[in-house]
Design a protein around this ligand. Structure first.
Ligand code: BGC
Length: 760
């Protein structure tokens, strides 16, 4: 503990120390005036400031720029963009005097139905982690902290405050924790916000394993943990587990419980002192930085930044030729979202937007020949016949119909989950009717998460803007008319229908528990393992130009445990327009290890290329890239053998494949006793020689060679049976000699294994 902090703590009363462990109000930590400890203000959120106005209610926040929400910024697949976004929000936060921005929100999108998916980044932990780290580094470069949230496994809104997310340790480690791990290791966030839910029956905020053993001891987190708002159940248990700050406040009730626990000896005062030290460390760091001059708040400039970013986040999902629009074309915009885009979601991340740009305003400002028909309202599923027909007629008379579709606000928000994955029927119907009379039909989507698109094969183009922030309309205009190049990629799979999704049978659970029975098979890991068709796969996104990959190579064919290998590939823009390609690198385990998804994203890079230009991209692979979390070994492990390095445009468009051989001296523990299967012993290089020599003597007696082609037990069946046969079968089937040889065999097998693994 630094001396000045220890000195401060020594001057604090027990009540002051306990008091510091909860908020002063909804948005501030407590000050201790007599010791010069200031109050620090925190505010949402991930894609713009929701900073409450002095003396007003929680729904009255200052005017701020609403940047693309997490669903959209993740689609940029661009760490530089996330860093710039963080810098911009960080500078705004500093300008208004904030200490911590409550974000990024990086929970994994387990089901497309989660009401809060619009705030989250991805179904893939590597993508979510790398983007979060970049955002955090950006914000914190401005002298303001972050609070990556919600730690951890908070993947639904239904009963979020009392529901237990139940899963295996492997699933937690491989899918739900790595994004936080990457964020902590690469960006050292000042704080972390623990989630509302329980994990395997223990509140996340009371889990010593999560908040101390993993977060601090394993990953090296050195900030403080705060609770999500109202997430505290047992305050003293939380403090012991590693939650330093309760937010917002509990009217002093929980502070008194801390005082009482110290007094009656159930809470060592040293635990409280450590928590206070961690809090002061950050609050005083912020106070020092806050003394430096703050930048000017320039919302007009930041609005332009938001517009440029929204264009980089849009995903061109399909284009059979209608895009980009040509200057002289007669175009009709249909759908209320053309005039009033949906660009953010509801709940704690809701920004009081500074200005909103619609695509229609943008088109008119540029003098484009665009007619507008509302077609349907944006806030409900309601078909008005006259308006519907007007839209169809206008579409027929135009050269191109652009339909602005999307989810009404009430369909997705913090606090509840969606019940289905459909757009309002009025929108689906109108899209099909328009497509029937107009071959150049384009659908622009404003949605925070995937929707079923039953009309996809009927329309020419689909452009997904996600929830692109307040300037989304300007970005849509630029993309539609080719003034900007589409370069986003899907950070999540778009399934054909809800019933195809991995946790369809288990989401959102029974109100008490959510069983994560799909395990590590989340998103593309599931669709690929099941070889299922999807509407658009993870990583997919088109451009107005084309790219080819060449000269993919590894710096070495073999890698060992502590080594690394460089992967290089050259990407060329083969089209006539500039563009950006996202090079994606996946790993496939070919070693025969059970339970591994067919491929997993490990690296990605976005490259800008002029027409005809080519660039080399390189990635460094280490053992962790090949590894899975092995519960038996209590850590990350990759088996010796071959791995395929897949490099491509998307999870389902992989032009380059390379084979990497990996070798490690580590072996999974093998217990040898009478119930160990012979197949396991034959497959393990350490015990195989002993086992093979025994089978030379007794294999026939054990049925290894079968009884010939027409026999009841063929040779193949014999081998299969032997594979699963426990050693004790030597006595049952091998005859007296084999029975007598069993003790010696057990001893020889144990001798072949290291001490720790061969205990009886
Ligand atoms: C949300 C958090 C948010 C907090 C403060 C909670 O309801 O889950 O994400 O930061 O409120 O607004």
């Amino acid at each position: 503990m630094p001396v000045h902090i220890a000195e401060l703590i020594s001057q604090m009363t027990l009540e002051e120390k306990a008091g510091l462990c909860s908020g002063a109000d909804f948005w501030h930590t407590k000050a201790v005036g007599r010791l010069g400890i200031p109050a620090m203000m925190v505010s949402d959120g991930p894609h713009g400031l929701r900073t409450q106005e002095e003396g007003k209610g929680i729904n009255d926040s200052i005017k701020a720029v609403c940047f693309p929400a997490g669903c959209a910024s993740a689609a940029s697949f661009d760490v530089d963009l996330l860093r710039r976004l963080g810098e911009t929000i960080g500078a705004e936060a500093k300008a208004v005097g904030l200490g911590v921005v409550l974000g990024p929100a990086l929970n994994i999108k387990r089901s497309p139905l989660c009401g809060r998916n619009f705030e989250y980044y991805s179904e893939d932990p590597t993508l979510a982690g790398e983007l979060s780290a970049a955002f955090i580094n950006g914000v914190q470069s401005q002298g303001v902290g972050t609070s990556p949230k919600h730690f951890a496994a908070n993947n639904q809104e239904t009963r979020r405050m009392t529901c237990s997310s139940n899963m295996t340790e492997r699933t937690l480690r491989e899918i739900y924790l790595p994004a936080f791990e990457i964020a902590v290791k690469k960006a050292r966030p000042w704080t972390i916000m623990h989630s509302y839910n329980l994990i395997n029956g223990t509140y996340a905020g009371e889990s010593y394993e999560l908040l101390t053993r993993i977060l601090r001891d394993e990953w090296g987190f050195d900030g403080f943990v705060m609770s999500d708002w109202g997430a505290v159940s047992d305050r003293v248990a939380g403090l012991k587990a590693g939650c330093e700050l309760e937010m917002p406040a509990s009217g002093g009730v929980n502070d008194q419980k801390i005082v009482a626990a110290v007094k009656d000896g159930t809470l060592p005062e040293a635990v409280l002192d450590k928590a206070v030290a961690r809090l002061l460390n950050i609050v005083l760091r912020w106070a020092d930085l806050a003394a430096e001059p703050a930048p000017e708040l320039d919302l007009a400039r930041d609005h332009d930044t938001a517009a440029a970013m929204a264009a980089e986040c849009a995903v061109l999902l399909q284009n059979r030729g209608a895009l980009p629009l040509a200057p002289g074309q007669k175009v009709v915009y249909i759908g209320g979202f053309a005039a009033a885009p949906r660009y953010q979601g509801g709940g704690s991340s809701h920004v009081n937007s500074w200005r909103i740009d619609s695509a229609l305003d943008a088109a008119r400002a540029r003098g484009r020949a665009v007619e507008y028909v509302e077609g349907y309202p944006t806030d409900r599923d309601q078909r008005e016949e006259a308006e519907f027909l007007r839209a169809v007629e206008a579409a027929e008379a135009a050269d191109v119909a652009v339909i602005f579709a999307g989810l009404p606000d009430s369909f997705e928000s913090e606090g509840y989950d969606r019940k289905h994955m459909r757009l309002p029927d009025c929108q689906n119907n109108l899209i099909s009717r328009v497509a029937a009379v107009q071959k150049n039909t384009v659908v622009v989507l404003h949605t925070g998460s995937p929707v079923e698109c039953p009309w996809a094969d009927e329309v020419s183009a689909v452009l997904c803007m996600y929830l692109g922030g307040e300037a989304v309309g300007r970005a849509a205009d630029a993309l539609l008319y080719g003034d900007a190049e589409p370069c986003g990629r899907l950070p999540e799979s778009w399934p054909l229908r809800l019933e195809d999704t991995p946790c369809y049978l288990d989401f959102p659970g029974d109100g008490h528990t959510a069983d994560y029975r799909e395990g590590v098979y989340v998103g593309y890991r599931w669709y690929d393992a099941r070889r299922m068709p999807v509407r658009w796969p993870f990583g997919h996104g088109l451009s107005y130009t084309g790219f080819v990959y060449k000269a993919a190579a590894l710096s070495a064919d073999t890698m060992d445990e502590n080594g690394s290998v460089t992967v290089t590939v050259t990407v060329r823009n083969t089209g006539a327009r500039p563009g950006k390609e996202v090079v994606q690198l996946y790993i496939a385990d070919e070693t025969g290890t059970t339970g591994r998804p067919p491929k997993e994203l490990r690296h990605f890079a976005k490259v800008a290329l002029e027409p005809g230009e080519e660039k080399q991209v390189s990635f460094t692979l280490t053992a962790r890239d090949l590894s899975y979390y092995d519960e038996k070994m209590g850590g990350w492990y990759a088996a010796s053998g071959d791995y395929t390095v897949l490099i491509g445009h998307s999870s389902r468009n992989i032009p380059a494949r390379l084979t990497l051989h990996y070798q490690t001296a580590r072996r999974r523990p093998l217990t040898v006793d009478e119930n160990t299967a012979m197949g396991d012993l034959l497959r393990d290089a350490r015990t195989a020689p002993v086992m093979k020599s025994v089978l030379q003597s007794f294999g026939s007696a054990l049925g290894m060679n079968g009884g010939g082609e027409n026999a009841a037990i063929t040779e193949e069946a014999g081998l299969q049976m032997l594979d699963a046969m426990p050693l004790r079968a030597m006595a049952s089937f091998g005859g007296a000699q084999a029975a007598a040889a069993l003790p010696g065999l057990l001893a020889a097998l144990r001798a072949a294994l290291p001490e720790a693994q061969n205990k009886e």
